[in-house]
Design a protein around this ligand. Sequence first.
Ligand code: FE
Length: 198
Amino acid sequence: MSRSYQPDRRHLLLAGAVGAAGISFPAMAAGQELSPTPECRDEHDATPRQSEGPFFKPKSPQRADLREPATKGRMFELSGVVLTRNCRPVPGALVDLWHADESGDYDNRGFRYRGHQLADAQGRYRFRTIEPAVYPGRTRHYHVKVQAPNRPILTTQLYFPDEAGNARDGMFRRELLMRVASAGEGLAGRFDFVLDMR
Ligand code: FE
């Protein structure tokens, strides 16, 4: 992975934000901290929008841990920062996550693998969940909605690197790839959202 960017103040701040978030996975302790996605610069492009899909449900519970007891899904910690196009953090941004379960099914009756949280004072969010299974017609993905207070909602999807299905899925976009590293028994993924605001 290229890390040739200038170590300017903003990147140092982002790196510091990750450290302060208390990521305790072995991969992180070994110095393989996940770098920001994207590396934000002034006037950065906003995170691309994608369709909501058929399985969004409003009023998900406010929670950071979506893991179900006795799930056979692979553990996945998804974290990152919500930023403006000028790379400023967005405290209190809503981040709503929903995804398929370990069998590729969505829970349309209840709220399994659905939850939302508010970014902290540094714009950080973090979910503990599982890696969703693939289902027919799509590559592996998470669905998310992100909203700064009193601003329009960004609806999009996040993708996994090194998935054979990415090349076959017309929805797939490289700009929506998470950075993923192994972390103990599971995986840690990072994605920084850039909202279309300054
Ligand atoms: Fe989906």
